[in-house]
Design a protein around this ligand. Structure first.
Ligand code: ADP
Ligand code: MG
Length: 625
């Protein structure tokens, strides 16, 4: 027998589970049954696709065996099983970064942490809420040796080989739970049946409960105990039942059983397609976006079934990446059972299902937005960003995605749809405008907005760090041009007749400024977009902004051409008027740099040489104090 210690994170997680989940200890059973169901799914799939497994017996079932006196419960399955290495790595370490990042967010405050843990699948370790000892005996399908993992859930676990009759009695995995004081309430057949019905009724495999039933014997006038085995779940693939038969509670229970989420889902969409292709989809949107949604090893997505037989989960091909938060089931009648991941990638049937599913999900979301704004606001609070990823990647659905995303704006407090922004356009307004490149505060105070404010034109405030990349790839919304106010080309909405005239007047000054700033700028121009500020920087229509380049450089992009911004000057500003009036002014050099540097600062860009900036500022300041 060998003794091993838990990885630190495991001990941490165990402590946490035991201390914050005491209000729902019963979920331990849901977790263990769901692991058994996963193990059965995996073995079934292998027996279908892998020759090495085809000859193995497969009698899928989950058995709960209760010993009320000893206060023990075994959960047995005939699934894929685990060998010694699996036991160590699956039940002794935490490999997924999602779990690690979950742990790193814990505050130590029991109340807050228990809220957080509700969003997180607790899994196998939840058994230690109700047990002072757990023994996992398992033989991996196709292997000879049987292993036993034993732990009290405190410091570590023992691992030993099991032989003889004991080994032969195990077909896949058997988990023996020795109930502790807290768990003793579950050494009760009635209670167990109730919990299985509540959480695991729709698990696709039969779950049997074996226990001692007390029966009254009329002849002997005595109560006798008989050992009985009863099936305790419906074991139906619930998604194949018709919508009219299913209650909200059925949908919620099934969602929880496949995701391990505690909260009810925010939304679900259940569809049966009949026609050239036959399939059923049941999609769920979790109430909270998973904590690891933005991590590379995020596991989620939907499960693929063929004719009710599980094929795989978390396949990257079932739905586009940006819809990775959607959970649920796709069940096809038309795919072969032995379909492999590789085949799926180019499979026409799956491509059609995928295309239709995306359309379905997006159009259902549009319905929610139109009919249940409150619910839609909850959805947006969690998933606006993935939708934006979709805007960037899913060209075919761009129109509807543009209707679904929400943005900030100079005209509203919260968020707005583009449709509403379009409806608010001025009668003569030609384009919809947006500003990108920094925090909401920075953007709202940007000099670039001055002229729009003056003309009462709405500007969308796009302060999410992916907004610039996303929106610069979208030329139009609903036949209206989308224009960035950060870009240099002046829009027709801002043109007025005097601009050309003023440029003429400013020409000598512009040349002088340009000569002073030299290589630092691409050009110096008269601006028609400024009202209160003397200057601003803009980038060319087809170039990434200065702010974006700084971001890309920070992310390690080194070979970026050093694009220069264009400085724009407000011809009506007092400083500019004074410079014009006094061409021989000895401070024109300082003024040129200060006009440029302040414009950079307002864009949120760090100055290359702040010391010189301060020197200049002080020189100019000393003239006025
Ligand atoms: P999750 O199910 O989210 O992966 P768990 O903590 O519930 O996390 O289980 C950890 C892992 O242990 C599983 O991914 C699986 O590999 C393994 N495992 C647990 N129970 C069983 C079982 N009954 N049969 C086979 N493997 C199992
Ligand atoms: Mg699990």
């Amino acid at each position: 027998m060998s003794k091993r210690e838990f990885q630190t994170e495991v001990s941490q997680l165990l402590q946490l589970i035991i201390h914050s989940l005491y209000s729902h200890p019963e979920i331990f059973l849901r977790e263990l049954i769901s692991n058994s169901s996963d193990a059965l799914d995996k073995l079934r799939h292998l027996t279908l696709v892998d020759d090495a497994y085809k000859s193995l017996p497969f009698d899928p079932r989950i058995d709960l065996t209760l010993d009320e006196e000893k206060k023990t419960l075994t959960i047995s399955d005939t699934g894929i099983g685990m060998n010694d290495e699996d036991l160590v790595s699956h039940l002794g370490t935490i490999a997924r970064s999602g779990t690690k990042s979950f742990l790193s967010q814990l505050s130590g405050d029991a109340k807050k942490d228990s809220n957080l843990i509700g969003q997180f699948g607790v899994g196998f370790y939840s058994a230690f809420m109700v047990a002072d000892k757990v023994e996992v005996t398992s033989r991996k399908a196709g292997e000879e040796k049987t292993w036993r993992w034993t732990s009290d859930g405190k410091s570590g676990f023992d691992l030993e080989e099991v032989t003889g009759a004991e080994a032969r009695s195990v077909a896949g995995t058997t988990i023996l739970v020795h109930f502790n004081e807290e768990g003793a309430q579950y050494a009760n057949s009635w209670r167990l049946k109730e919990i299985v019905k509540k959480y695991s009724n729709h698990i696709a495999f039969p779950i049997f409960l074996t226990y001692e039933k007390s029966e009254w014997n009329e002849e002997t006038k005595e109560s006798t105990k008989t050992r009985v085995t009863e099936q305790v779940n419906a074991a139906s693939a619930m998604w194949r039942r018709s919508k009219s038969e299913l209650k909200d509670e059925d949908y919620k229970e099934f969602y929880k059983s496949i995701t391990g989420d505690w909260e009810d889902p925010l939304l679900w969409f259940h569809t049966r397609a009949e026609g050239s292709l036959e399939y059923t989809t049941l999609f769920y949107i979790p109430a909270k976006a998973p904590l690891d949604l933005y991590q590379a090893d995020y596991k989620g997505g939907v499960k693929l079934y063929v004719k009710r037989v599980f094929i795989m989960d978390d396949s990257k091909d079932l739905l586009p990446q940006y819809l990775r938060f959607v959970r649920g089931v796709i069940d096809s009648e038309d795919l072969p059972l032995n379909v492999s991941r590789e085949i799926l990638q180019q499979n026409k049937v799956l491509t059609s299902i995928r295309t239709a599913s995306v359309k379905k999900i997006l159009s259902e979301l549009k319905n929610v937005a139109a009919n249940d704004p409150e619910k839609y606001a909850k959805f947006i609070a969690e998933y606006n960003r993935p939708l934006k990823e979709g805007l960037y990647g899913d060209f075919a659905n761009r129109e509807v995605l543009l209707d679904l995303v929400r943005v900030k704006s100079t005209k509203v407090d919260g968020l707005t749809s583009l449709a509403d922004a379009k409806a608010r356009m001025q009668p003569e307004q030609k384009s919809l405008y947006y500003i990108t490149g920094g925090s909401e505060d920075l953007l709202r105070n940007s000099p670039l907005l001055e002229i729009y404010r003056k003309k009462d034109i709405e500007v969308l405030i796009l302060d999410d760090d992916i907004d610039e990349i996303v929106f610069s790839s979208i030329p139009q919304y609903d036949a209206i041009d989308l224009k960035s106010v950060n870009k240099s080309a002046t829009s027709e909405d801002l043109q007025d007749e005097s601009t050309a005239e003023k440029s003429e007047e400013l020409k000598p000054l512009l040349e002088k400024l340009k000569a002073t700033l030299g290589d630092a700028v691409k050009d110096v121009r008269t601006s028609s977009r400024l009202a209160d500020s003397p200057s601003c920087v803009v980038s060319d229509e087809d170039e990434p902004s200065a702010r974006m380049r700084q971001m890309m450089r920070a992310m390690g992009q080194t070979n970026m051409p050093d694009l220069k911004p264009t400085l724009e000057i407000n011809p009506d500003h007092e400083i500019i008027r004074k410079l014009l009036a006094n061409p021989g002014n000895p401070h024109t050099d300082d003024a040129a740099w200060l006009l440029f540097d302040q414009a950079l600062l307002l864009e949120g860009i760090q100055l290359k040489d702040p010391a010189t900036f301060v020197k200049r500022l002080n020189r100019v300041l000393s003239l006025s104090v």
